[in-house]
Write a protein that binds this ligand. Sequence first.
Ligand SMILES: Cc1ncc(COP(=O)(O)O)c(C=O)c1O
Length: 355
Amino acid sequence: MKYIFREDLFTQKAPKISVPIARRMMCLNESCMDPVPLVKDSFSRILQQTSINRYCSDISSELQRELAAYCGVPMEQVLFANGADDMIYHIFVAAREDRESFAVSPAPSYFDYKTFANEVGMQVRFLDLNEDFGFDVDRYLAMANDPHCKLAILCNPNNPTGNLMKTEDVIYFIEKIKDKPILLDETYYEFSKVSFIEEIEKHPNLILIRSFSKAFSAAGLRFGYAISSHESIRELRKVQTTFHTSLLVQAFALAILQNKTLFLNHIANVIALRDDLFTWMQAQSGIEVFPSATNFLSFRVPQRHKEMSDYLLKDGIAVRDVSTHPLLKDCLRVSISCREDVEAFKTSISAFLRV
Ligand SMILES: Cc1ncc(COP(=O)(O)O)c(C=O)c1O
């Protein structure tokens, strides 16, 4: 067949998530908590103010106001979309100039940066993280300073390693890159409590990415957003479609924000569970667990990670294999959200390690 679309698409694969469906989904960093019962009264009140037969609703500006207030920035500095992924995708759309354009990212990092870059006809060049999962900031700067580099990415805390980058490295990097967007992915911000939001005033090219999928227990909602300077947000808005986020999604996101304390309280439990599990895993021989500032833990099971993953699955527990990058050889990642799942995970691991 002759190409009827862009030639480079022809050899690409469509995005697809391949994880098993298990009783305990501990593989996608989701929440165990169903948000519907928590927000249903607010949601139905908001729906009464919204007409689904219309394109526009006042709830959009209300949501924009609430979101900006939650972030502590003016309304013009926030832009929402259908999940952090959708926002990231549109940053690639806005950043790409020509076939030579590429983005840079440390590796291993969030898998889908490459997916979205390729979708818009851009490449990603990777710099391997150091052994301690930090990054070599001078080498990264050299890559980002290439004239064909149109976007520099940092994920903080990083998925799948779970760690925060050193603040001084991030600041040093941001200070030096002035002429292109810097995408700083803070999807796990509420678990790490570390943000570079205050840098936006000095660095209008800095774009933070956040999500409702993790902290707000709403992965299926598909709601995420960018925080940046007014100028960058104005440019990003130009690559979105006119009516880009369904009013139903906006209504639910607003209902979550009106009840945000319920979710933020749950985060404290997740952090405590994560820290307890980390300590427990550290005490198990046959496992090397890495510190995390997120809602997941990555860990190494030398030579036996596939075997362990299959064993867990037989017990109804799905974890993620993150072993493709050499730095994470033999590694799995487990999402942490509720005690019941964590206890089942510990029981299954203990039994496995005894075999
Ligand atoms: C680092 C990172 N960025 C972005 C996303 C996508 O988030 P969303 O569900 O809001 O699209 C994820 C999801 O796992 C992630 O880990």
